[in-house]
Design a protein around this ligand. Structure first.
Ligand code: HPA
Ligand code: MG
Length: 245
């Protein structure tokens, strides 16, 4: 079960992810996280799991319906922070795509009220490959038109912050494009000893240190087609292990 919710302030965060240029300030960066306990899970037998994944999963961590509910709340938080400010959403493919689409659906829903509390948006898609460079982690960005970030309030949409090292390498690269502000929304944040301490501004769920799949998050391109977020088991790891790995 979800047992804790903590508010985190990003002021003074050494990641400098709460960076904003110019004087055009948004509200303070505070984000509440739904923390799932280490032993939190749902039985596979209680939910619908595609037959082709029989035997490859250990448990359901977050059912699809709960993901939808949490994304709606994140959309509300985003609306509260940005107000009528136009944002430029940048989806990090492929893992972030389900979260991205669900978030957009919620933001569009706010448009229907056509009052002062909705968030106009533009969007783009990028792919990011991170690799260990000579000094530290390097990133290669493909797709997307990065030049369009200049002067915009950019919100990166990610699937999971695991060690956080890729994000820490990616943000300075994007910052060079001159966005007015740059923030990160991640569906998941893993509690792991390997974390570099990076914190996203909007986080759906804080999860235990387990390898998760589903809701567009993959293990070697498999499991993206699953509605629920699940933990893969040893049989799954072996069945879908890449031939090149
Ligand atoms: N699952 C899938 N991809 C990932 C994970 C995970 O738990 N962590 C980092 N990339
Ligand atoms: Mg990702």
């Amino acid at each position: 079960m979800i047992t804790a919710s903590d508010a985190r302030s990003f002021e003074g965060n050494s990641n400098v992810v709460a960076w904003q240029a110019g004087t055009d300030c948004l509200k303070p960066d505070v984000c509440a996280v739904a923390a799932l306990q280490d032993d939190h899970s749902y039985r596979l037998a209680d939910l619908l799991i595609p037959n082709h994944y029989n035997g490859t999963l250990q448990e359901v961590l977050v059912p699809g319906g709960l993901i939808q509910d949490r994304v709606r709340k994140l959309a509300r938080d985003i609306r509260a922070d940005y107000g009528c400010t136009t944002i430029h959403l940048v989806c990090v493919l492929k893992g972030g795509s389900a979260f991205f689409q669900d978030l957009l659906r919620c933001l569009r829903y706010f448009h229907e009220f056509n009052d002062e509390s909705y968030v106009p948006f533009t969007y783009d898609f990028i792919r990011v490959k991170s690799y260990v460079g000579t000094q530290s982690m390097d990133v290669k960005i493909t797709g997307g038109d990065l030049k369009r970030m200049a002067g915009k309030h950019v919100l990166l949409v990610e699937d999971i912050i695991d060690t956080g090292k890729s994000m820490r390498a990616l943000l300075p690269v994007l910052r060079k494009e001159g966005p007015k502000s740059l923030k990160v929304a991640s569906l998941l944040e893993k509690r792991t000893e390997r974390s570099c301490g990076f914190k996203a501004h909007y986080v759906g769920f804080s999860i235990p240190d387990k390898f998760v799949v589903g809701y567009c998050i993959d293990y070697d391109e498999h499991f993206r087609d699953m509605t629920h977020l699940c933990v893969v088991n040893q049989e799954g790891i072996e069945r879908y292990r890449s031939i090149s790995a």
